[in-house]
Design a protein around this ligand. Structure first.
Ligand SMILES: Cc1cc2nc3c(=O)[nH]c(=O)nc-3n(C[C@H](O)[C@H](O)[C@H](O)COP(=O)(O)O)c2cc1C
Ligand SMILES: Nc1ccn([C@@H]2O[C@H](COP(=O)(O)OP(=O)(O)O)[C@@H](O)[C@H]2O)c(=O)n1
Ligand SMILES: [Mg+2]
Length: 245
C-alpha cells in the first residue's frame, strides 16, 4: 500500500523511537480527559490504575509522549498538566480513521480549504512523460497540466492524517539523463463548490515538494477552475474516498 500523507509521516518519524501502542493508550486517556482542548491535570497513580500498569510505567509513557512531541507538560508538586499537541492529535486521528475503516461501510475523509495560486511548477511536473504515462495507465485519464492548490483550514490540516488509512494509487519515481524524479501518491477525490461537484479527481501527494501539509494539490482530467467556476479565495470541500476494500 502507498505511504500516508505528510502529517502522519512526520509524526511517525518523530515518534519512531519512543511511541508504540502503550504510549498511544496513555495519550488516548489524556484526550478522553479533555487534553485536546487544553491542559488537563494528570496524576501518574490514577493514570497507572487506568492503564493497569505501575506508576513508574505511566510516568515513562508520558515522558515518551513528551519526547515525541505528542504532548506538552508542566510538572507541578502533585502531578502534571498535560496538553495534547497537533502531532498528538494527528496520531489519534490516524487510529480513529483505522477504526472507521474497520466498522464503517464506506470510509471517507472530507477536507476544506481555499483555492490559491502556487509556484506555477505543477504544470511542468504533471506534463513530464515519466509521470503522464503512469497517470494514463493507473488513473485512467490524462490530467490537465497543473495542480489546483488548496490552502487547508487548521482543522483539515489535522484531519488529513486520516487520509493515510485510505488506499492510494502509487506513482513511481523515475529518472532521465539529468536527474531523478520522486514518487507520489494519488487519492481518489470529489471536489465540491457552491452546490456543484466534480468527480473523479485525485489529490496528489508528491514525496518531494515545496509545499507543507497545509496545502493540497489536486489533479483532474479537466481544468477545475473552469469546470467549477473557481477563483482564488473560494472555499472548496474535497472528499477523499476509499478506492477498494
Ligand atoms: C507528480 C509530481 C511530482 C513531483 N516531483 C518532484 C520532484 O521530484 N522534485 C521536486 O523538487 N518537486 C517535485 N514536485 C513538486 C513541485 O516541485 C512543487 O512542490 C509543486 O508540485 C508545485 O506546485 P505548484 O506549482 O502548484 O505550487 C512534484 C510534483 C508533482 C505534482
Ligand atoms: N485540474 C486542474 C489543475 C490545475 N488547475 C489550475 O491550472 C493552473 C496551473 O496549475 P499549476 O499547478 O501549474 O499552477 P499553480 O497551482 O502553481 O498556480 C493553476 O491556476 C491551477 O489552479 C485547474 O484549474 N485544474
Ligand atoms: Mg498547482
Amino acid at each position: 500500500m502507498a505511504s500516508g500523507d505528510d502529517v502522519s509521516r512526520m509524526a511517525e518519524t518523530a515518534a519512531a523511537t519512543a511511541v508504540g501502542h502503550d504510549e498511544l493508550a496513555a495519550l488516548k486517556l489524556v484526550a478522553l480527559d479533555g487534553g485536546l482542548a487544553g491542559p488537563v491535570k494528570v496524576s501518574c497513580s490514577t493514570l497507572a490504575d487506568r492503564l493497569d500498569a505501575s506508576s513508574q510505567t505511566a510516568s515513562r509513557r508520558l515522558q515518551r509522549l513528551d519526547e515525541a512531541g505528542y504532548v506538552e507538560r508542566d510538572i507541578v508538586s502533585d502531578g502534571q498538566w498535560v496538553d495534547v499537541t497537533d502531532a498528538g492529535e494527528a496520531a489519534l486521528r490516524k487510529e480513529y480513521a483505522d477504526y472507521r475503516r474497520i466498522f464503517e461501510e464506506e470510509a471517507s475523509v472530507t477536507l476544506t480549504g481555499t483555492v490559491t495560486g502556487g509556484m506555477g511548477e505543477g504544470r511542468h511536473y504533471i506534463s513530464l512523460p515519466g509521470y503522464m504515462e503512469q497517470f494514463v495507465e493507473r488513473l485512467g485519464y490524462e490530467p490537465f497540466p497543473g495542480t489546483l492548490n488548496v490552502d487547508l483550514t487548521e482543522e483539515s490540516v489535522r484531519a488529513r492524517a486520516g487520509m493515510s488509512s485510505l488506499d492510494a494509487v502509487p506513482i513511481d519515481g523515475w529518472e532521465d539523463e539529468e536527474r531523478t524524479f520522486g514518487p507520489a501518491s494519488c487519492y481518489t477525490a470529489t471536489v465540491e463548490y457552491d452546490g456543484a461537484s466534480y468527480e473523479t479527481a485525485h489529490i496528489i501527494v508528491p514525496e518531494r515538494t515545496h509545499h507543507d501539509e497545509t496545502q493540497l494539490e489536486i489533479i483532474a482530467p479537466d481544468r477545475l477552475r473552469d469546470q467549477l467556476g473557481l477563483e482564488d479565495g473560494d472555499t472548496v470541500s474535497v472528499r477523499v474516498e476509499e478506492v477498494s476494500r
